[in-house]
Structures are given as C-alpha cells and as structure tokens.
Design a protein. Structure first.
Length: 275
C-alpha cells in the first residue's frame, strides 16, 4: 500500500558509467539476458555492428540508441545517461511536476474523484507526490518519524511506527512490497532505490500477522491489504498505473496507486464517510 500528501522530487542516483555508450549498452543487454544476435534481429541491425558499438569501435547514432533502448526496455532516465555517454545531449527533458500544470491538475482531479477510496501518486523512489483524503484517513495517528518530509510510501507502510502494526497480513504484504522493489531495482539499477530497499527490509517485524486469505470468508481475486482502522478491518486490493510512452523523465517515473475496496464491509464504511 501507500500514503498521504506532500511534494517531493525523486532524483535516482546512478552509478557512474564507464566511458562511452558501449559498456552501458552491454550491461543492459546482459541484464536483459539477450545475445548480440538476438538484439540485432529485433532492432534491424547486425551482431557485428552491436559488437563494434559495445567495444567502442563504432560510435552509435542517436537513432540507433533510441531503437536499441526500446528493445532493451531501458528506463527513460537511464536512456539520457546512455545519450550522454555517447556524446549526445539528453534526449528526454526532466520537467518539475509543478511546471506541468495541466498534468498536475488532471492527476489531482483523478485522486479527488476516487474519494472516499484511498489513492496517491509516488515517484521513482516511492516519495509521495500527492494523495487524497482516503489516504490521509488511513494515516491518522502514525508516528512523527514517518510523517516528516519527504513522505515515503514504503517507510509509511513498513516502519514499526507506520502502518505495519495495523496490517493484519503483514508477512504477506511485506513480502509483496519487497518483491515489487526487487523487480524495480533489476529494471532501473537505481542506487537510491536499493538504499531504500535495504532500509525497509531491515525494519523489525514484531507481529507478522496471519494469512488474510486463509482466515477470511471472502473470495479475494488478488492479495488483499487487510488493515485495522478505528475498530474494524478494512480490506483493499492495490492497482498501480503508469503513463504509456512517456516523453519526460518526471512523467516516466510517476505511478498512481489506487486502493479498491475488497469486500462489502469496506465499501459500506468508506461510503459512510461521504458528506
């Protein structure tokens, strides 16, 4: 799950690359477990040319870099690093969200329209960019140490002074979140994300909870988040949305998380909060 309002800019630190685009391309290709021949076939190139680029014998064109980056599914921020290593200007701008007024207004309307159900927006390192009143309601009473800026969804959820003690199926939900972060680290190679993972994975787990699925009469369609709140247990299913074909680093790293009520009791309680 994830938490409430505030603003924070994500600047994922990257390990300094070796000189030239070749070593970076080779690292991404090997990480994706694709051979030079397979990549050449996908990208309408030749294994010989890809080999020459990776070893520094040929300088790749900008068009070639874009095509290869698409086939290797290289994140937008890392594509800029690839262009810089090849001696080109960054291909994608990185515009502060406050300057993307139309997008920001649309996202805020989306969050408000989802009320009373919880929803929020996070950046590449799970810092909370915006959240609605449904999220604020769930955060009521959390410790000050997790509410200091920048608010971070993973800290808010897994910290012992955050939501963790209220999560009835903490072992399952914690495992789900850590696995999600592991997948993102493999995709993005972000030092900042790895540091966050190591921090939250080291939090003590005082009460791991029981299996929500095994102890509920509800037939869940996905792993639910079961959360104690105000003397009742609320159940949610999480959905995460990102932008298709982003052309800006900031936009590429935004994710909208919505918490859909997973049972009739949760629906009834949340709707009772409407004015």
């Amino acid at each position: 799950m994830t938490p409430a309002a505030g603003t924070a800019s994500a600047r994922t630190k990257q390990t300094a690359p070796a000189k030239g685009a070749g070593p970076l391309l080779r690292a991404w290709r090997e990480q994706r477990r694709i051979s030079q021949l397979e990549l050449a076939l996908r990208a309408d190139s030749s294994a010989r040319h890809i080999s020459f680029v990776e070893t520094g014998r040929s300088r790749p064109s900008e068009e070639f870099l874009l095509r290869i980056a698409d086939h290797l599914e290289i994140p937008v921020r890392e594509r800029n690093a690839l262009f810089l290593a090849a001696g080109y200007a960054p291909h994608y701008p990185e515009t502060p969200l406050d300057e993307l007024s139309t997008l920001r207004e649309g996202l805020e309307q989306l969050l408000q329209g989802y009320e009373p159900y919880p929803a929020l927006i996070v950046d590449a390192t799970y810092n909370v960019v915006a959240a609605n009143r449904g999220i604020a309601m769930l955060m009521d009473g959390l410790g000050e140490e997790v509410l200091t800026a920048p608010l971070n969804a993973m800290r808010l959820t897994l910290h012992p002074r955050g939501l963790a003690p209220r999560i009835r199926n903490l072992a399952e939900w914690r495992g789900h979140l850590l696995h999600q972060m592991e997948r993102q680290i493999a995709l993005h190679r972000s030092d900042a994300l790895r540091e966050l993972y190591e921090e939250v994975a080291a939090y003590p787990v005082e009460n791991p909870g029981e299996s929500a699925v095994d102890n509920s009469p509800v037939a869940y369609v996905a792993l639910p988040l079961q959360l104690d709140h105000d003397g009742r247990t609320l159940s949610f299913i999480s959905s995460i949305s990102t932008f298709n074909t982003p052309m800006d680093v900031t936009v590429a790293e935004l994710a909208v998380e919505t918490l859909l009520p997973a049972d009739p009791a949760t629906v009834k309680y949340l709707q009772s909060l409407l004015p």
